[in-house]
Write a protein that binds this ligand. Structure first.
Ligand SMILES: Nc1ncnc2c1ncn2[C@@H]1O[C@H](COP(=O)(O)OP(=O)(O)OP(=O)(O)O)[C@@H](O)[C@H]1O
Length: 474
């Protein structure tokens, strides 16, 4: 056993009957296989920041917890990357390696040093979490997912959790707004997007309450929240989890929470007549999507299938929606990420605005940066100025019947609106009968012919229905 500047601990360890040379240097714990002729073979390295826990003895937690306390062994648990690698959407699982030491002293030294390194190199790890479980979300497996997959990992990582199983809608939001949250490092929702939204409203609301900022004032600069929100996907769509973690997998999310990964999120607030309606992080829907969601709530008993069913029903109703679209066109001069972080999707705005990023931002920082960013008031001023110059109110009334293919028409209208900056009169209404007949008739045509005629229809920016039939007959 030796200690030098960069290497804290080094010794021979055994995994099964193979001998390894293991060393713990500041950021990494590595072990290299040594063959019988003392030659080095494959090395495995685990970043200390991704170590979940170190336990005395031979310990298993999956499929069941099993502990065999032996004097010479210790077990290391860490984040294991799947075959898909390191990027967004790669699943993570719990890696486990059991080491045997030459003596009890050596074992104790390894355990102490690994635990000390963990504390030093992972300052953002949570210690105490407030967990809300929606027992009715998705396939109603919230409680089971938490107790079988999440709780054992929290316990292994030494995280204590206070669990609240909700009994009604908005209970989690009210809890966060009213109860004492001292000592909690984060709040966790075990549920879907609705449950996440409750926590989001609670956390933002509480932060503004404490700062004396009115949420209902659309011009108020909201204070960023200190409390982190973790999502364990157990809902029907889990869209927010998917967009932030890249995969809907309770174990992957739990491991990210344990090692203190975080992802800043932009939040949008919707106000109506000086009252806050909602905060949103993924989408704000009006018209068709709003109706689909409202309709789907009435069929919650169907589970996730309710979205498909409601989507069909609302689509068939073929309603029209009046709307006013206002927008700020992006141009290369004012386009820039308005916070000090680069987005993860590699979009054009972020990639072309390199020099406009804040100088202290380190683009090589971890995938999940812990930076909480605030808008730059300087860039904000640009946008408001642009808004005054470029804002064009676009009325979008209904009333004229032209086509049954309402969505294509909507897309076309939007593309014209966003590129041409004109005011359009468009209609999304049409008798249901025309729609059904056109759909039924479509089945009589071979698929290729159907595609060709559709392409022509789209190219011609949705001609009236008469024209449409003519094209299909050709
Ligand atoms: N105990 C409860 N009883 C009834 N409703 C609840 C309860 N707990 C939470 N809710 C509400 O249920 C709504 C839906 O829950 P959740 O988002 O977890 O599941 P989901 O709708 O199936 O998933 P997704 O939103 O991803 O489609 C939430 O808006 C939440 O306010």
């Amino acid at each position: 056993m030796m200690e030098i500047d960069s290497v804290r601990v080094e010794s021979s360890l055994w995994i099964g009957n193979k001998r390894y040379r293991a060393f713990l240097s500041g950021w990494y714990f590595s072990w290299t296989e040594i063959d019988k002729r003392n030659r080095e073979k494959k090395t495995i390295s685990v970043p200390v920041s991704e170590v979940i826990g170190v336990k005395e003895g031979q310990v298993e937690i999956q499929p069941q917890k099993k502990v065999e306390d032996t004097d010479l062994d210790f077990t290391l648990f860490y984040v294991k990357r799947g075959s898909k690698g390191n990027g967004i959407g790669a699943p993570r699982s719990l890696g486990r390696t059991q080491f045997c030491c030459p003596s009890r002293d050596v074992r104790d030294q390894w355990i102490t040093q690994l635990r000390t390194a963990l504390k030093t190199h992972s300052p953002s790890r949570p210690h105490r979490l407030l967990v809300f479980i929606n027992p009715f979300g998705g396939k109603k497996r919230g409680k089971q997912i938490f107790h079988s997959l999440v709780a054992p990992l929290f316990e292994l990582a030494g995280i204590s959790s206070h669990v609240v199983v909700t009994e009604r809608a908005n209970q989690a939001r009210d809890y966060i707004l009213k109860k004492d949250l001292t000592g909690f490092d984060g709040v966790i929702c075990v549920g879907g997007d609705g449950m996440f939204s409750e926590l989001l409203h609670g956390v933002i609301g509480r932060t503004q309450q404490e700062a004396g900022i009115s949420e209902h004032d659309p011009t108020a600069m909201l204070r960023p929240c200190d409390l982190h929100i973790g999502i364990i996907p157990a809902g029907s769509t889990d869209c927010v989890c998917f967009t932030t973690v890249g995969i809907n997998d309770p174990v992957t999310s739990t491991l990210h929470i344990i090692i203190g990964d975080s992802q800043p999120l932009d939040v949008c607030s919707v106000h109506y007549q000086s009252t806050l309606v909602h905060y949103s992080v993924s989408m704000v829907g009006y018209g068709f999507y709003g109706d689909v969601l409202a309709e789907s709530e009435r069929h919650r008993w169907m589970g996730p299938l309710r979205y498909d069913y409601s989507g069909c029903m609302v689509y068939l109703c073929n309603r029209s929606y009046p709307g006013l679209v206002q927008y700020i066109p992006a141009d290369s001069h004012i386009s820039s990420p308005r916070d000090n972080t680069r987005c993860l999707s590699g979009c054009r705005v972020c990639s072309e605005s390199k020099e406009r990023l804040f100088p202290h931002f380190d683009s090589s920082s971890s995938l999940y940066s812990t930076t909480v960013s605030q808008y730059s008031s300087e860039l904000e001023a640009h946008v408001q100025g642009a808004q005054r110059v470029f804002r064009r109110p676009l009325t979008w009334p209904t009333g004229q019947q032209t086509s049954s293919w309402c969505e294509k028409r909507t897309l076309w209208a939007f593309s014209r609106i966003f590129t041409g900056t004109q005011t359009h009169r468009i209609s999304l209404t049409c008798p249901l009968l025309k729609f059904i007949v056109s759909r039924l008739f479509g089945f009589l045509y071979p698929l290729e012919k159907k595609k060709r005629s559709m392409r022509r229809v789209i190219e011609k920016y949705r001609p009236p229905l008469r024209e449409y039939w003519r094209i299909r007959r050709n």
